[in-house]
Design a protein around this ligand. Structure first.
Ligand code: 48H
Length: 257
């Protein structure tokens, strides 16, 4: 066993994955629950999908459960998604299920990978490629370079559709809207901003507002609340899972699958 072979094995495989992702059908920014579900279903439907995550660990806001208590809650309507990703849950009250947050995060990550989504961690999406009024890809950089404010220029990936699954931050839509003179598909043409907690309408709105916000640019999960002025819902995750599933079916159709 030679160290140099271990090194070659890592570099060759990483670069092969990266080359496949240079031109994806769909790039999802953010590996939280909505992005992972969307990516998993899209891959299963035969779409070439890449998920980019700036942190070391995918999973987004799942890991901490509610205030560090390691369970989250889902509704009956989302049970099918848990089943599709082989994630156990315990029935709780009428129509609710308690899900171990660590089981949910790890199950969605592994489920997305097993279904064929390519996930790259430690990659920040810092901007978009826009041509002729349509989003055509992402501008990416290395997390460590960004954290240290090193003057390292970014590189790019092309995609037919880009998804902002960056959660509360709605980083992609926010940056796109502030850098360009564009009208988003929102009342007023700009992100509206998230509202205070009101779980039931918040959960419905996350799914309703999973949509194309600008040609080629889609939102799912918590970023829909920030973009469309939805309420927050606290540690109930059914809306995130159902938003990811809705998005996958919308984009599979866009990609002709
Ligand atoms: C690469 C990025 C970038 C970037 C951010 O926050 P998330 O878990 O997102 P959702 O929408 O799938 O789930 C939301 C849920 O976790 C939550 O916060 C809920 C239900 N809150 C309710 C409430 O009331 O508070 O994941 C987003 C991911 C994170 O992992 C970020 O690191 C990542 O996106 N990300 N990755 N490039 N520019 N910006």
């Amino acid at each position: 066993m030679k160290e140099i072979d271990i090194t070659r094995g890592i570099i060759e495989n990483h670069v092969a994955d990266l080359m496949q992702s240079l031109k994806s059908d769909v790039v999802i920014v953010g590996a939280g629950p909505s992005g992972l579900v969307a990516g998993g279903y899209l891959a299963e439907l035969g779409v070439n999908v890449t998920i980019l995550e700036k942190k070391l660990s995918p999973g987004g806001g799942i890991w901490g459960g509610g205030m560090g208590y390691k369970y989250v809650i889902t509704q009956d309507e989302a049970k099918g998604v848990l089943d599709d990703f082989d994630i156990p849950s315990k029935p709780f009250e009428d129509n609710l299920h308690a899900v171990d947050a660590i089981g949910l995060a790890s199950g969605l990550i592994f489920g997305a990978v097993r279904k064929g989504a390519k996930i790259f961690n430690l990659v920040v999406v810092e901007d978009l490629l826009v041509r002729e009024g349509k989003v055509r890809g992402v501008v990416i950089n290395n997390t460590f370079a960004m954290m240290n404010h090193f003057p390292v220029d970014p590189i790019t990936m092309e995609a037919r559709a880009v998804v902002d699954a960056t959660g509360h931050e709605h980083d992609i839509v926010r940056t796109f809207s502030s850098k360009n003179d564009v009208a988003l598909n929102t009342p007023g043409g700009k992100p509206i901003g998230e509202r205070s907690m009101f779980a039931e309408p918040a959960e419905d709105a996350v799914v309703t507002n999973t949509t194309e916000v600008y040609p080629g640019l889609y939102v799912c999960g918590m970023s829909t609340a920030a973009v469309y002025g939805g309420y927050r819902m606290g540690p109930i995750f059914g809306g995130m899972l159902l938003s990811g599933k809705k998005l996958a079916h919308m984009l599979a159709e866009v990609c002709g699958k």
